[in-house]
Design a binder for this molecule. Structure first.
Ligand code: THU
Length: 161
């Protein structure tokens, strides 16, 4: 038997179709790329989350001379949210990026490690995280949950088997 997994995502030519709140959130993600610490890759990533309460939390990638020690913007944001607003789940997360001194116009999707950590947050709070993905301009993708980006994910349920 052959099975298939698929998921839907929205793809818009630019941010003009987003709600005012979503457009503002993406704008925060784009702007906060300026606070990335990325002297090794010169690849500046910004993330902005709107929590269920309406509070906004930000993150940028933080690199290290020992390369694997660095953290992606998404995981910096999640750590920040966990201590600043521990009972307040993420409703929507916008991610943007640009290479140093350049622009970008293609949506960036979270890396595999961040997908796993985003999924943990979804499981913990029993709530999907809506993802808004875009470069500094141009097309915008919207995905309904991190879970859809990680089929057959390993979760706490697997540990209890
Ligand atoms: N990076 C992120 O911050 N988020 C991602 O989803 C992908 C990659 C960062 C890690 C590293 O600092 C730089 O981008 C290049 O990989």
């Amino acid at each position: 038997m052959i099975n298939q997994i698929s998921f839907q995502y929205e793809a818009w030519p630019d941010d003009s179709t987003l709600s005012v709140a979503d457009r503002a959130l993406l704008q925060e993600a784009r702007q906060v790329t300026a606070l990335a610490y990325a002297p090794y890759s010169n690849f500046w990533v910004g993330a902005a989350a709107r929590l269920v309460s309406g509070n906004i939390v930000l993150g940028t990638n933080q690199e290290n001379a020992s390369y694997p020690v660095g953290s992606c913007a998404e995981r910096v944001l999640l750590g920040h949210a966990a201590v600043r607003f521990p009972e307040d789940p993420i409703e929507t997360l916008a991610i943007s990026y640009h290479p140093k001194d350049k622009s970008s116009a293609v949506p960036l999707y979270p890396c595999g490690m961040c997908r796993q950590v985003l999924l943990e947050h979804e499981m913990r709070f029993q709530r999907p995280i809506r993802l808004i993905l875009s470069g500094m301009s141009g097309p915008v993708h919207v995905v309904d949950s991190a879970e859809s980006l990680l089929p057959f994910a390993f979760t706490g349920k697997g540990l209890r088997n």
